[in-house]
Ligand binder design. Structure first.
Ligand SMILES: NC(=O)c1ccc[n+]([C@@H]2O[C@H](COP(=O)([O-])OP(=O)(O)OC[C@H]3O[C@@H](n4cnc5c(N)ncnc54)[C@H](OP(=O)(O)O)[C@@H]3O)[C@@H](O)[C@H]2O)c1
Length: 333
C-alpha cells in the first residue's frame, strides 16, 4: 500500500538519481558531457526519484551485462521535475516524508501490544518516537532504541505530573494504554478514564494538534460483557466523550478483539471500517477481530489523513472484504 511505498529505503540509494537515469536517444548524436563546477552540481541535486530494479541493474542483451556499450549522455538542465517524473514519497534518507515537520510523536502505552505496533509503524514512517512507559528497563527489552529514534520516558497516566515532559514539543499523541484485566476495581477508572483525561490535559497544554485514541468496540453498549470487568468500556466511552468535547483534532479507533497473529496459518483479513455502534456481539451485531499491527496501521494513518479528522471508527477484518486504501475507508465513515 502507500505506506509501504513511503518507507522504501532501497529506492534512494543514489542521490541525484535523475541524472543517472537520463537516456540517450538512438541515432541522435549528442555532445560529450561537460563538467560543471562542483557548486553547481550540488545545487542541481534538488529532486530524487526511486530507482527501480529495471533502472538500477544492467539490461540483459543476451550476451552478458558487461557487453552493453555505454552511450554518451546528453547534458540536461535538471533542476525541476519533468511532467512524467515520479514524485517521491520518501526523503533521500529513505524515511517517509508524510509526517514532515510534525516533530516526535508520543505513544502512551508503548510497551503494550498495540503500543509496540504503533511504535514500529512510526519508525517505518521515519517519525521520531517518544515512548511513554511505566517500567523503563522492561520497555527497553521490548522496544527499539535510540538507533531507531525511539526515546523512552517513564510515566504513569494516573499521575499527571509525569506527563508534561514527554509531550513537550510534540504535535501528535497516540493513546494505547489500557487497564489489564485483574482484580483492581479501580483499574479501568484510573487508566481508561482518568489516565486518558490526564493525557488529554497534558497534550492540550503542550500544544498537541492531533490525538489518536485506541478504544474498543462495544463502548456504546452498557451491557457489553467487558463491563463486567469493572466497567472498562463504560469508562472508555466517558474518556472518548471528553476528547470529543475538548476541541482537539482526534480520531477514535475502536478495534474488535485484538490478536497478534491470525488463527492457524490464515492470511490476515482485510480491514473493514464502519462508524460508531456498528460492531458488537451477535446476534444483534456483527463481531470480529483484527491484528494489532493493522490497528497500528489505521492509527498512524489517522494522524495524517484529513478524512480521519474528528471521527470515531470501528474496525475488524474480513478475508472477503474488498481491498481499499485507508483513505477511502476513512472517507466512507
Ligand atoms: N484485548 C482486546 O481484545 C481489546 C479489544 C479492543 C480494544 N482493546 C483496547 O485496546 C488498547 C490496546 O490493547 P492491548 O491489548 O494492545 O494493550 P496491552 O498489551 O494490555 O497494553 C496496555 C498498555 O497500557 C499500559 N498502562 C496500563 N496502565 C498504565 C498507566 N497507569 N500508566 C501508563 N501506562 C499504563 C501498560 O503498561 P505496562 O506495560 O507497564 O503494563 C501497557 O503497556 C487497550 O485500551 C485495550 O483496552 C483491547
Amino acid at each position: 500500500m502507500w505506506g509501504t511505498l513511503g518507507s522504501s529505503s532501497a529506492a534512494h540509494a543514489a542521490p541525484c538519481g535523475r541524472q543517472g537515469l537520463s537516456t540517450a536517444i538512438p541515432g541522435v548524436s549528442v555532445p560529450p558531457p561537460q563538467k560543471a563546477p562542483a557548486s553547481l552540481q550540488q545545487s542541481k541535486c534538488r529532486s530524487f526519484r526511486p530507482q527501480t530494479a529495471a533502472s538500477s541493474t544492467p539490461r540483459s542483451n543476451g550476451v552478458g551485462a558487461g557487453a552493453v556499450k555505454r552511450r554518451q549522455k546528453p547534458v540536461v538542465e535538471d533542476v525541476t521535475p519533468s511532467d512524467g517524473e515520479i514524485v517521491p514519497l520518501s526523503s533521500p534518507t529513505g524515511a517517509s516524508t508524510r509526517f514532515k515537520d510534525a516533530g516526535p510523536a508520543v505513544v502512551a502505552g508503548a510497551a503494550g501490544g498495540t503500543g509496540k505496533a504503533i511504535v514500529q509503524r512510526l519508525i517505518q514512517e521515519g517519525v521520531p518516537v517518544r515512548a511513554l512507559v511505566r517500567n523503563l528497563s522492561a520497555a527497553a527489552a521490548v522496544l527499539p532504541g535510540a538507533e531507531n529514534n525511539v526515546e523512552l520516558f517513564q510515566g504513569d497516566v494516573y499521575k499527571f505530573s509525569t506527563l508534561p515532559a514527554v509531550l513537550e514539543g510534540s504535535q501528535t499523541l497516540f493513546i494505547a494504554t489500557g487497564a489489564r484485566p485483574g482484580l483492581d476495581p479501580f483499574g479501568p477508572y484510573n487508566v481508561d478514564y482518568q489516565g486518558t483525561l490526564n493525557l488529554l490535559a497534558a497534550a492540550q497544554q503542550a500544544g498537541v494538534t492531533k490525538l489518536v485514541l485506541i478504544s474498543s468496540i462495544g463502548v456504546d453498549d452498557v451491557f457489553f460483557p467487558l463491563n463486567l470487568f469493572f466497567g472498562v468500556v463504560f469508562w472508555k466511552k466517558r474518556a472518548e466523550e471528553a476528547i470529543q468535547r475538548s476541541g482537539i483534532d482526534y480520531t477514535i479507533v475502536r478495534p474488535g478483539g485484538l490478536r497478534d497473529e491470525p488463527p492457524g496459518n490464515e492470511a490476515p483479513g482485510r480491514i473493514v471500517m464502519e462508524g460508531p455502534s456498528s460492531f458488537g456481539l451477535p446476534p444483534g451485531k456483527r463481531s470480529g477481530s483484527i491484528l494489532r499491527r493493522q490497528v497500528a496501521e489505521v492509527a498512524v494513518e489517522a494522524a495524517i489523513e484529513p478524512g480521519a479528522s474528528r471521527k470515531v471508527v470501528e474496525i475488524i477484518t474480513d478475508p472477503t472484504a474488498p481491498l481499499q486504501s485507508l483513505a477511502s475507508l476513512f472517507a466512507r465513515v
